[in-house]
Design a protein. Structure first.
Length: 176
C-alpha cells in the first residue's frame, strides 16, 4: 500500500504529507468500515484497501493543492531542487563503490529518466495499467477485479499499454 501511495502522491504534496501518514489514515478508515466490508465483500481485501487509499490521496490533493492561502504551489523549497529527496544515506552512497562504472551509472540513470518520462506521457488508463502491473506488482486478476473487467480485457489493456510505452521509448531512428 505504501508503494502505491508513493507512486501516486504528487511530489509537491510529498513535501507536506508523508506516505506513511496516509497509510495510517487508510488503515484507520478501513478499521471503521471493516464490518460493512465483511458483511458484503465485493472485491478482494487488498483491492478494497487500495480503493480507500486512492480516496485518501485524492483528499490530500484537494486539501493541499486547492488551498488558497497555504496552497502547496505557493511554497518555495528551502533545499535546492537538485538535493531535494536526498538523505544523508544517499550522500554517503555516493562515496561508496557501487560496482558501477561512471559510464554504466550514467546509462542507467538515462534509461530510468527516459522510462519515467515515457510513463508520464502515457494517457491516464495506460499509465495506470503500467503502474499497477509493474510498480505495484498486482496480478492480472487483481487489475481485472479493480477495474471491473474480464481477465482477457485486462490482459489486452496491459498489452496495449506496453506497446504504447515501447513506442514512446524508441528514439527517432526507430531502434530502442
Amino acid at each position: 500500500m505504501r508503494r502505491m501511495i508513493d507512486l501516486r502522491l504528487d511530489r509537491a504534496l510529498a513535501a507536506r504529507v508523508d506516505a506513511s501518514d496516509v497509510v495510517q489514515e487508510v488503515l484507520l478508515e478501513a478499521s471503521r468500515r471493516l464490518d460493512a466490508y465483511l458483511r458484503e465483500p465485493k472485491m478482494p481485501f487488498h483491492l478494497w484497501l487500495r480503493l480507500i487509499a486512492k480516496d485518501h490521496i485524492i483528499d490530500a490533493h484537494r486539501r493541499h493543492r486547492l488551498a488558497h492561502k497555504r496552497g502547496v504551489d505557493r511554497e518555495r523549497p528551502l533545499v535546492p531542487a537538485a538535493l531535494a529527496g536526498s538523505s544523508s544515506i544517499d550522500l554517503a552512497a555516493q562515496f561508496c563503490d557501487s560496482e558501477l562504472t561512471p559510464a554504466s551509472a550514467a546509462m542507467q540513470q538515462e534509461l530510468e529518466r527516459r522510462l519515467h518520462a515515457a510513463i508520464a506521457e502515457l494517457d491516464e488508463d495506460n499509465r495506470e495499467i503500467i503502474l499497477l502491473r509493474h510498480f505495484e506488482q498486482l496480478s492480472n486478476q487483481d487489475v481485472a477485479a479493480l477495474h471491473g473487467l474480464s481477465e482477457a480485457a485486462a490482459s489486452m489493456r496491459h498489452l496495449r499499454a506496453l506497446r504504447r510505452l515501447r513506442e514512446l521509448l524508441q528514439p527517432e531512428g526507430g531502434r530502442p
